[in-house]
Design a protein around this ligand. Structure first.
Ligand code: NBP
Length: 502
């Protein structure tokens, strides 16, 4: 049962994210009303957490839940993205939420849904969107939070979001570790900032996830090359990734990779778990959304899409097993490479990572024009420095790049990133060539290099594509010696005849 109007905030949806975020909010002294569609889950949650610094008010009905929260109500929804968000929003309206109340969808919703919901429910409540990243532990002890919506609503959410977000050291930009139940981190810069109206926060969260896909793919390709080119074992590799975590590659994903590679299989302790896990990657859709958005807007985010396709390819396990017995390639592996090759793969990973982030930021650059947002890219990179899955020392370098030049069109043009690629590109090319020669699939390394080489090429072969298009479909072409926007067409079959009399 609820007490009337005591809670400063409410939260609906007590699955992995909701439970942990509610405890994080309570740890920061906020009284919070909680509700879950399946009542037993609410009751168990309250039973298991009797002594939180802020009070947890368990509610069995939505009517009780709405009454339990002070007005104007701030209500966070953390349910499955899609239809459930609309269902819960409508139920809140039916239960008495009104126009002065703010409903925050903190799930992984498609940004266009957030734009639609803000409009659709405008007469009934203030609908707001926020990305939350960091998984279970992030939600519990400090996520990265990416809010977007009406700025007035943000004023009500801001104190809660700034309190519960991950914190970074203002001098080093590194995450401040050490939060524990009941003892949150105090001080530091919170990993949250208002990003813009309607779907801006969910768009940024989606791109974060797209980058996460490619970050993970690149790390797994580095692992695979080290294993198959050099014949290294999981514990050797764990050591290498631990060492890499002390370099420019320092990041949460590299850190957990080192941990993963040390893990023995609980069912077969002589084996390493990574060798017992089926090589078929799952996906929930945010990488696909990012790639679809890139295709829709014509932004070349090829490595992000490649990472999604790599998961699709991995899922074709049975077909790949059958093909492996029929389709021939070179014999992989040349264990003579040694330490120099380890460093070359590290450089290839770092250069590819720079290109992947360049694509993600280029995508957001285009989206802000499409949706009339005004992103501060330095701020976006800064709120990803802690709490989220792609957190990395590298993000401080991105913030620095946009501080140097807020109008930077592509990260590759920043002096720091230019220099890093200049330093690493010979080794990057060597690794990509070796992967090809040895028949080892490294699609994200290869597509990142193709992105780099295409982006730095003043004249691409697209002139021939335009000629072909004009030939078969009269699609017209622009000329190098005329202003952009002037289009030409010729009657192509005539071109076979001599144009100039000898
Ligand atoms: P899930 O995405 O697994 O959703 C489960 C929750 O949704 C349960 O509380 C369930 O209630 C509730 N729910 C559903 Br399903 N349909 C409902 C409906 N029609 N009405 C009311 N409640 C409904 O939970 P999650 O993994 O905690 O994720 C929550 C959100 O956060 C999602 O959008 C997810 O994409 C996003 N996210 C997740 C992670 C992660 O690491 N898991 C990270 C970042 C963001 P029930 O108990 O009654 O079934």
């Amino acid at each position: 049962m609820s007490e009337s109007g005591v809670a400063q905030v409410g939260l609906i949806g007590l699955a992995v994210m909701g439970k942990n975020l509610a405890l994080n909010i309570a740890d920061h002294g906020f009284d919070i009303a909680v509700f879950n569609r399946t009542t037993a889950i609410t009751q168990e949650f309250i039973r298991e957490n009797p002594n939180t610094p802020g009070k947890l008010v368990g509610c069995d009905t939505l009517a009780d839940f709405v009454l339990a929260i002070k007005k104007p109500r701030v209500i966070i929804i953390l349910v499955k993205a899609g239809a459930a968000v609309d269902a819960v929003t409508q139920q809140l309206i039916d239960a008495g939420v009104d126009k002065s109340d703010i409903v925050i969808d903190a799930g992984n919703s498609l940004w266009t849904d957030t734009i639609r919901c803000e409009k659709q429910y405008a007469e009934k409540l203030k609908f707001f969107g926020s990305g939350v990243s960091g998984g279970e532990l992030g939600a519990r002890f400090g996520p990265s939070l990416m809010p977007g919506g009406d700025p007035e609503s943000w004023k009500h959410l801001k104190p809660i979001w700034e309190a519960i977000a991950a914190k970074v050291d203002p001098k080093t930009g590194k995450p401040i570790p050490g939060a524990e139940p009941g003892k949150p981190v105090t001080g530091g810069v919170p990993c949250t900032a208002y990003l813009g109206p309607d779907g801006a926060g969910h768009y940024v969260k989606m791109v974060h996830n797209g980058i996460e896909y490619v970050d993970m793919q690149l790390i797994s390709e580095a692992y695979f090359l080290l294993r198959h080119l050099l014949g290294l074992t999981p514990p050797d590799l764990a050591e290498i990734f631990s060492q890499w975590n002390l370099t420019e590659l320092d990041s949460y994903l590299i850190e957990i990779t080192a941990d993963v590679l040390q893990q023995r299989d609980p069912a077969k302790p002589r084996k390493y778990l990574v060798d017992s896990i089926l090589d078929a990657a799952g996906q929930k859709g945010t990488g696909k959304w990012t790639s679809t958005s890139a295709l829709d807007m014509g932004v070349p985010a090829n490595s992000i899409a490649e990472a999604v396709f790599a998961r699709c390819m991995s899922a074709l396990k049975e077909e790949r097993v059958a093909a492996s017995k029929k389709l021939r390639g070179p014999k992989a592996g040349n264990k003579k490479h040694g330490k120099k090759m380890i460093e070359a793969i590290r450089q290839a990973l770092f250069c590819s990572k720079i290109c992947a982030y360049a694509q993600g930021f280029q995508l957001m650059f285009q989206a802000q024009q499409e949706y009339h947002w005004k992103f501060d890219f330095g701020t976006i990179a800064s709120i990803w420095r802690g709490g989220c899955i792609i957190r990395a020392g590298f993000l401080q370098k991105i913030t620095d790049a946009y501080t140097r030049d807020p109008k930077l069109v592509n990260l590759l043009m920043d002096p720091y990133f230019r220099k890093q690629i200049q330093n690493g590109q010979d080794q990057w090319r060597q690794v990509v060539a070796l992967a090809a020669q040895n028949g080892i699939a490294a699609p994200a390394f290869m597509s990142a290099l193709a992105y780099y080489d295409s982006y730095r090429t003043a004249v691409l072969p697209a002139s021939l594509i335009q000629a072909q298009r004009d030939y078969f479909g009269a699609h017209t072409y622009e000329r190098v010696d005329q202003a952009r926007g002037k289009f030409f067409h010729i009657d192509w079959p005539d071109a076979k005849r001599p144009q100039i009399e000898a």
